[in-house]
Write a protein that binds this ligand. Structure first.
Ligand SMILES: C[S@@+](CC[C@H](N)C(=O)[O-])C[C@H]1O[C@@H](n2cnc3c(N)ncnc32)[C@H](O)[C@@H]1O
Length: 290
C-alpha cells in the first residue's frame, strides 16, 4: 500500500486506505462492482472509472440537494446504465442516507440488468430498479413514473444520448447530466450530403478525410443537443468530465430547467442544420418541425 494512502472507506470490518474513496463509501460495493480488487486495491482502469464517477458526483450532488430541499423524494433515471456504477455509487453516497428517492437504471443488455438487480438485493439497496429496455422504449414504460427529476446518461452509445434527452423532456426533468459517447448518425448524414457540400464552400475540406467528418459529426451533434435543450427551456453548461488523459469522450453537458425557452437557440439550430444540409434528416430529432 502506498505511504500517502489514508483510511477512508470502511465496512464489514474491512479498512481500505485509499485517497480516492469518500468517507463512509462502501468498500463492499466497490468490490462487488470490481472497482476494488478483493484485497481492496485499485488497478489503473478501475481508478479511472472511480475518478470519473466521483467527479460526476460532485456535479450531481448539488442538483440532488436542490431537488430534495423541500422534503421531496428525488427520482433519477440512469440511461445506458451498463453495470450501473453510477447508479450504485449515487445510491451509496446519497440516496442511502437520505432514506427516500429512487434510482432507475435503464439498459438493453439483459445480463447486466439481472446482475444489477441481484447486487441491489444483496446490498439491501431497496430503492433501485433496473429495467431491461432501450432508452427509447423507456419513455412509455409503465414501470416508470410520469415525472423524473434527474436524467443521467454516461457514455450511452450513439443516439441513446438523444433518446435520453427526449426522455428527460417528456418526463419534465429538472436536470439532465449527459456525457455523450461516439455518435455516428450525424456523420453518416454528413457523408450522405458530401457531394452537395463539396461544391459549396471551402469548408468542404471537412469532408475530405472520413476521420475529420466523423469528429465533425460528433462535435456538431453535441452543439445541436445543447441548442435543443436551450430551446426547450434548459440552461446548459458544457465542461470536461475529467482530464483528456482519462477518456477521449469526456464532454459533460449539464442542463437545468429554467422554463425559459430560447427562441434564438431554435433559430441557430435550424441555421446549423441548413448549413450542413441536415435539416430534413435530423430536424425532427432536435425538436424542429417543418
Ligand atoms: C459504454 S457503456 C456505459 C455504461 C455506463 N453508463 C458507464 O458509464 O459505465 C454503454 C451502455 O449503454 C447500453 N446501451 C446502448 N444503447 C442503449 C439504448 N439505446 N438503450 C439503453 N441502453 C443502451 C449498452 O448496452 C451499454 O451497457
Amino acid at each position: 500500500m502506498k505511504p500517502r494512502e489514508r483510511a477512508a472507506g470502511q465496512d464489514k470490518g474491512a479498512v481500505v486506505d485509499l485517497p480516492e474513496l469518500r468517507p463512509g463509501q462502501s468498500v463492499e460495493l466497490l468490490k462487488e462492482l470490481h472497482i476494488l480488487t478483493r484485497d481492496g486495491r485499485l488497478n489503473q482502469d478501475s481508478r479511472r472509472k472511480l475518478k470519473q464517477v466521483s467527479h460526476l458526483f460532485q456535479f450531481i450532488e448539488p442538483l440532488l440537494e436542490e431537488m430534495a430541499a423541500d422534503g421531496h423524494a428525488p427520482l433519477l433515471a440512469d440511461h445506458g446504465a451498463g453495470k450501473s456504477y453510477l447508479g450504485f455509487i449515487l445510491y451509496d453516497l446519497y440516496f442511502k442516507a437520505m432514506g427516500r428517492g429512487h434510482i432507475y437504471g435503464i439498459e438493453t443488455r439483459a445480463e447486466l440488468v439481472e446482475k444489477s438487480r441481484a447486487l441491489a438485493k444483496r446490498l439491501g439497496f431497496e430503492r433501485m430498479s433496473f429495467l431491461n429496455l432501450s432508452v427509447a422504449q423507456s419513455q412509455d414504460a409503465a414501470e416508470l413514473p410520469e415525472r423524473i427529476d434527474l436524467v443521467t446518461a454516461l457514455h450511452a452509445c450513439d443516439t441513446a444520448t438523444d433518446d435520453a434527452i427526449a426522455f428527460g423532456l417528456q418526463k419534465h426533468a429538472r436536470a439532465m447530466v449527459l456525457v455523450p459517447c461516439c455518435q455516428a448518425e450525424v456523420a453518416a448524414c454528413l457523408r450522405a450530403g458530401k457531394a452537395l457540400q463539396l461544391s459549396r464552400t471551402p469548408l468542404a475540406e471537412l469532408w475530405r478525410h472520413p476521420l475529420h467528418t466523423r469528429e465533425l459529426g460528433s462535435q456538431i451533434t453535441n452543439v445541436l443537443r445543447c441548442l435543443h435543450l436551450e430551446a426547450s427551456g434548459y440552461q446548459v453548461t458544457v465542461t470536461e468530465l475529467v482530464g483528456w488523459e482519462h477518456s477521449m469522450k469526456n464532454e459533460l453537458i449539464i442542463a437545468r430547467y429554467t422554463g425559459q425557452k430560447k427562441h434564438s437557440a431554435t433559430e441557430r439550430l435550424r441555421a446549423i442544420l441548413q448549413q450542413f444540409g441536415l435539416e430534413s434528416s435530423l430536424g425532427p430529432r432536435f425538436g424542429l418541425t417543418a
